[in-house]
Design a protein around this ligand. Structure first.
Ligand code: HEC
Ligand code: HEC
Length: 274
């Protein structure tokens, strides 16, 4: 609560400062002014965009990504029991209850909804659009989507304001277009360096998952790589598993190619239980 109001005040202050600056620029000056170069004008436009039209939320990308995966698990809240109200506006995805409240269930692991992995061929198909355009939305506009202001049936305010700011941050800074990296026909990385993936796995993932990917009871990493879509695993490795201490590759400073290299290496691990 405090955080967002501080941020809103800051935003207000920024708007005041920028309008004063604007006024100062517009006021007639004694000195004859040179015509601004095209470049300078462009730079001014960009600055303008940033302060007034595209305010960045100051949350945490990886936390926001975990909320996108399953916000109630990430926050340790009770699972919703009823269906999300908008769920009734579709009839193709037959899941019920808590799953219907997950951002990924309606907007997709790849953030492009029905245009992506959850298309008409998927049991997850809802027909709902993605959230990719939120990249260009201002923090306030995104939060207004999340707290039910824009559409009362799209109300996730039970997660609290800090969480909504984290989600806004993820939507602004954490999304990428998986189609640039993953072949949607084969479902795997377009290019990958498996040796580099092994190095990364050994230095970072080994400690919990073990050399053969079977150290965590009930989880066989090699099998997961063949059973679950890479658009999902890409999101989970980049932002971490909700409710666990698995590190987010985003916080480790890994590139998207690093993630794909590791996934490609993990796909070579044993797929059967020991
Ligand atoms: C039950 C399905 C459902 C769930 C769950 C859901 N959304 Fe949505 N979302 C929608 C629909 C449908 C719309 C469009 C509604 C409208 O046009 O009024 C939408 C719109 C949006 C928009 C505006 C997109 C745009 O381009 O205008 C954002 C941002 C968004 N959702 C983010 C989220 C986030 C983050 C979550 C998880 C907390 C989430 N949504 C969960 C169905 C869902
Ligand atoms: C601190 C321990 C820890 C580290 C380090 C760790 N993980 Fe995990 N990982 C977990 C836990 C816990 C789970 C969830 C187990 C479960 O749900 O049964 C998990 C789950 C997974 C899954 C399965 C996802 C799914 O959908 O079931 C994958 C894939 C994965 N980790 C990849 C990685 C990669 C890649 C790395 C290295 C960047 C890594 N992990 C590092 C603890 C860790």
């Amino acid at each position: 609560m405090k955080k967002i109001s501080t941020r809103l005040m800051l935003l207000g202050a920024l708007l005041v400062v920028s309008s004063i600056m604007f006024a100062a620029c517009a006021a007639p000056t004694a000195e004859p002014q040179e015509e601004p170069t095209e470049e300078a004008e462009h730079a001014e436009d960009e600055e303008h965009d940033h302060t007034e039209d595209h305010v960045l939320a100051e949350g945490d990308v990886a936390r926001g990504g975990k909320l996108y995966t399953k916000w109630y698990a990430a926050l340790g809240l009770d699972k919703p029991t009823e269906d999300q109200p908008l769920w009734a506006t579709q009839a193709t995805n037959e899941r019920t209850g808590a799953d219907t409240w997950r951002c990924k269930e309606c907007h997709g692991w790849d953030y492009i909804g029905a245009d992506g992995w959850y298309n008409t061929d998927s049991s997850h198909y809802t027909g709902f659009a993605g959230v990719f355009e939120a990249q260009d939305m201002s923090a306030e506009v995104i939060v207004a989507w999340l707290d039910g202001t824009t559409n009362a049936d799209h109300d996730f305010s039970v997660m609290g304001e800090d969480a909504m700011i984290d989600l806004a941050t993820f939507l602004q800074e954490g999304m990428l277009d998986n189609r640039d990296f993953i072949d949607y026909e084969t479902g795997i990385a377009i290019t990958a360096d498996v040796d580099h993936g092994k190095e990364l796995y050994t230095s970072t993932c080994n400690v919990c998952h073990g050399e053969d990917g079977r150290a965590i009871e009930g989880l066989i990493i090699g099998a997961v790589l063949h059973d679950e879509p890479w658009v999902e695993l890409n999101h989970l490795v980049r932002t971490g598993m909700p409710g666990t201490s698995m590190p987010a590759s985003h916080d480790l400073g890994w590139s998207i190619q690093d993630v794909l290299d590791v996934l490609t290496y993990e796909a070579t691990l044993p797929t059967e239980a020991p």
